[in-house]
Design a protein around this ligand. Structure first.
Ligand SMILES: Nc1nc2c(ncn2[C@@H]2O[C@H](COP(=O)(O)OP(=O)(O)OP(=O)(O)O)[C@@H](O)[C@H]2O)c(=O)[nH]1
Ligand SMILES: [Mg+2]
Length: 447
């Protein structure tokens, strides 16, 4: 599986980090050294690794992170953010606004150009376009035939002029497209084993002749660092508008995916994920980062949370929260339920955006405290439980006496209750806006 080694190692490092209650600068340093090694081993460009690690380290040793409730989680989040950024931040779309638009595919021999032409054509048909394939690879005897076979499979015509000059073919194909109402022209060019001047010159001439909207460099993800070097020289010589990373279904280590954008400045626009003609995807940096960092254990935690909350009860709770009927009795019950799920901090740390909101509502329920909370709530009258604003100074004294606790503890509980109520109301509203049914807060990404 792609990225398996890298993924496993990073998850190991972060699991260790998350397991620590307190994290100091030294822990961050150790972890970052391990991250560095893991990335280098995955064949990520060494300069990219250096910059990446130093950016993460700088952010991670910040006061807010280390003093937060869940420093381990925060650091994973930083790595996730930086990794997403490294791969381009967000999706890079193809620019196909002209008619006909011209896409030129270039790359080394066997990288997957011709296959990608077919995959892309198929995809464009689904988007309502009318592609034309152009056979500019006149050197390999079977190349034209291969394109024709693929064209037939996806029902797209192939423009070919046999062994004529590829520059003339490209030029003539534009005329053909105009007169035959085809609105995207995709040129399949020849590959070479290595980059050479002859190949580059031919590509430059084709570029000058048809002024492509997109020059897509097709690179084989399995070749790791070499893929990045290839991208760099193609970009320098020809100017590349985007990269197609193929064979991501193989057991690539990740080096190419993580380095290409940083080294060349060219975004990955598409990825090939198999030999079949629909095995092509838009490249989403954030999804790739989630995949590399592994969201499995987080998802299982969420599942666990959902199992533990009895569904019916959760629904009833949600209704109460919405209608402001959430009482101290419910609060007690929830505390007990939440405790049965395991370490609360871990759980809360998984919920995006919650760490900030949780400041001042430190969820440090231990066994003793639960017992105290129970005693305090039981010493209240039913009216007081439903409406804590009734609880004035003398009532607090009575409750403290009745429960064998102190007034400060009663105060603290009331404050915690108020804060939780606010927080839960926010969640309920968030869930509502998104049209969700469950009481769990919406999960966007897993940190
Ligand atoms: N597993 C997998 N195989 C792929 C993918 N893309 C292409 N291939 C395979 O890679 C091999 C080469 O693909 P082609 O499309 O012929 O490569 P090319 O760049 O056109 O090759 P030349 O024309 O010889 O330069 C074929 O066997 C394809 O099936 C992919 O995303 N995943
Ligand atoms: Mg080919």
């Amino acid at each position: 599986m792609a990225f398996e080694g890298l993924s496993d190692r990073l998850q190991d490092i972060f699991r260790k980090l998350r397991g620590k209650g307190k994290i100091g600068e030294e822990d961050v340093k150790v972890a970052m050294r391990e991250v560095r090694l893991a990335l280098l081993e995955a064949d990520v460009n060494f300069k990219v690794v250096k910059d990446f690690v130093s950016r993460v380290r700088d952010r991670a040793v910040g006061q807010e992170v280390l003093q937060s409730l869940t420093p381990g989680q925060q650091i994973v989040k930083i790595v996730y953010d930086e990794m997403t950024e490294l791969m381009g931040g967000s999706e890079s779309k193809l620019n196909l606004s002209r008619s006909p638009s011209v896409i030129m595919e270039v790359g080394l021999q066997g990288s997957g150009k011709t296959t990608t032409v077919a995959k892309l054509g198929k995809r464009l048909i689904k988007q309502g376009r009318r592609p034309l394939f152009v056979a500019c690879d006149v050197y390999r005897p079977a190349a034209i035939k291969q394109l024709q076979v693929l064209g037939e499979q996806v029902d797209i015509p192939v423009f070919s002029m046999g062994q004529a000059n590829p520059v003339d073919i490209a030029r003539a194909s534009l005329e053909y497209a105009r007169s035959h109402n085809r609105d995207v022209v995709i040129l399949d060019t020849a590959g070479r084993l290595h980059i050479n001047e002859e190949l580059m010159n031919e590509l430059k001439e084709i570029k000058a002749a048809v002024k492509p909207d997109e020059i897509l460099l097709v690179v084989d993800a399995m070749t790791g660092q070499d893929a990045v070097n290839v991208a760099e020289s193609f970009n320098k010589e020809l100017g590349v508008t985007g990269v197609v990373l193929t064979k991501l279904d193989g057991d690539t280590r990740g080096g190419a995916a993580l380095s290409v954008k940083a080294v060349t400045g060219c975004p990955i626009k598409l990825v090939g994920v198999g030999e079949k003609l629909d095995a092509i995807d838009v490249f989403y940096p954030e999804r790739m980062a989630s995949r590399i960092l592994g969201m499995g254990d987080v998802l299982s935690l969420v599942e666990k949370a959902q199992e533990t909350f009895d569904a019916k009860k959760a629904k009833e709770m949600e209704r109460k929260i919405r209608q402001q009927e959430f009482t101290l009795e419910d609060f007690l019950e929830q505390m007990q339920q939440v405790r049965s799920m395991g370490p609360l901090e871990d759980l809360l740390g998984m919920i995006p955006g919650l760490n900030k909101q949780l400041k001042g509502v430190k969820p440090d329920f231990d066994e003793k405290e639960i017992i105290h909370v129970e005693a305090i709530i039981k010493s209240m009258t039913p009216d007081e439980r439903r409406n804590p604003t009734l609880i004035n100074g003398s009532r607090k004294k009575r409750i403290a006496r009745g429960s064998g606790t102190k007034v400060q503890e009663v105060n603290r509980l009331l404050k915690q209750f108020e804060e939780s109520r606010k927080l839960m109301k926010q969640f309920a509203e968030m869930g509502n806006r998104k049209g969700k049914k469950g009481g769990m807060p919406p999960m966007k990404f897993p940190f």
